[in-house]
Design a protein around this ligand. Structure first.
Ligand code: FES
Ligand code: FE2
Length: 379
């Protein structure tokens, strides 16, 4: 390629990169997201995942450390997932450049001769902090500028928060994982997750509640860092499982539900020594696709198979609804958020806007709630 051609080529790539960065898909960068289940990276297998429209290649070193790289060779862009992995370095399938898996640092360019002065170790494949927890491979989706900067990852790992962990309250417990893809933007997935008013319509069934059992509810909410909490309360008296739990322990049942940015709803149910703890995250894959990852742990006498049957049914009901909603959203209708049932959704959008604003200005983040609030709705 001539110098002139090379310059044009580079300018084009730069412009394309800027266009991509400029097109804001409404994702929240600089957070941990679950990419895969732990069992999906085994041995020397390379696995693929997409988070926030970033293609990733993931694997596990011979020492067992999970890693995540951008699934594109920095030489000519071919996905590294077509390459080979020996437990330490990923070798590109095109010209055999080799990259250390955990740092992305280039360790070998086979075409170089002793005449060449290229500093191989200065070349990096895009890579992201990666950790394993609660049965998931988590990837910290640093903003592109930070993720690809040479040597950025060492500095990054000192400043990033800990990986989210599911709370458990005893040594022995059961745990199970479920997931479900939704054909919608992550915002729709999240406001669906926190929406109290769809229960009697989407999830009506004999064991949960029927639409005729709708009654007025009063729930207290309070601001917490990066989110909000439905203050500890006794759960809905018209749900059979809660009534049962109360019978078993003879003690009151309390539920605490938190939502925190970017995408996480956790729920803790406790009654005496018995507890149930769950977390749902909605992870953006592309702007038109997100995935719910649901993990639950408990010590209540409830077999995993029974719980899974109910939870799967719940998730399918939500998924079905979101598939139908996506059909309507294709035509860009005007939408509304009403008080009080959609107030949590308004807080979510407020949190997101204020977080981005605080990152932009460097000023402390303003919380969209002034203090505790009581909401009323019928469900
Ligand atoms: S494209 Fe990967 S080594 Fe050339
Ligand atoms: Fe639902």
């Amino acid at each position: 390629m001539s110098e002139a051609a090379r310059t044009i080529f580079q300018a084009d790539t730069e412009a394309a990169r800027e266009r991509v960065q400029g097109a804001d898909a409404g994702f929240l960068w600089d957070f941990w997201y679950p990419a895969l289940r732990s069992g999906e990276i085994l041995g020397r297998k390379l696995a693929k995942a997409t988070l926030l429209e970033v293609p990733l290649v993931l694997g596990r070193t011979s020492e067992g450390q999970a890693f995540a790289m951008r699934d594109a060779c920095p030489h000519r862009g071919i996905p590294l997932s077509y390459g080979r992995f020996d437990g330490q370095a990923v070798e590109c399938s095109y010209h055999g450049w080799r990259f250390e898996a955990c740092t992305g640092r280039c360790v070998e360019i086979p075409s170089l001769t002793s005449q060449d002065k290229l500093k191989v170790e200065r070349i990096f494949a895009g890579h992201y902090p990666c950790e394993e927890h609660d049965g998931y491979i988590w990837v910290y989706m640093a903003h592109r500028d930070r993720a690809t900067a040479v040597n950025a990852s060492a500095k990054l790992s000192e400043t990033i928060p800990a990986v989210p962990a599911l709370k458990v309250f005893s040594d022995r417990y059961k745990i199970t994982h479920l997931d479900c893809e939704l054909p919608s933007h992550v915002d729709q997935g999240i406001i669906g997750l926190m929406d109290p008013a769809h229960g009697p319509f989407v999830h009506s069934s004999w064991f949960w509640r029927s639409r005729h059992s709708i009654h007025e509810k009063e729930k207290k909410f309070e601001p917490i860092p990066n989110g909000f909490r439905m203050s500890p309360h006794s759960p809905s008296a018209n749900s059979a499982p809660y009534r049962l739990l109360k019978k078993m322990t003879g003690e009151p049942v309390t539920t605490t539900i938190d939502f925190v940015l970017p995408n996480m709803r956790t729920e803790e149910i406790r009654s005496g020594k018995l507890w149930f703890s769950s977390r749902a995250t909605v992870t953006p894959v592309r702007r038109d696709l997100c995935r719910i990852d649901f993990v639950a742990a408990w010590n209540v006498p409830l077999p995993v198979t029974i719980f899974r049957a109910f939870a799967e049914r719940f998730l399918r009901q939500d998924q079905q609804t979101m598939i139908q909603q996506a059909e309507g959203l294709k035509h860009n209708p005007n939408l509304m958020l009403i008080d009080d049932a959609d107030r949590p959704a308004k807080w979510y959008f407020g949190l997101k806007t204020n977080l981005l604003e605080s990152r932009r200005t460097g000023a402390p983040m303003k919380h969209p709630m002034d203090g505790p609030v009581t909401l009323h709705w019928r469900s």
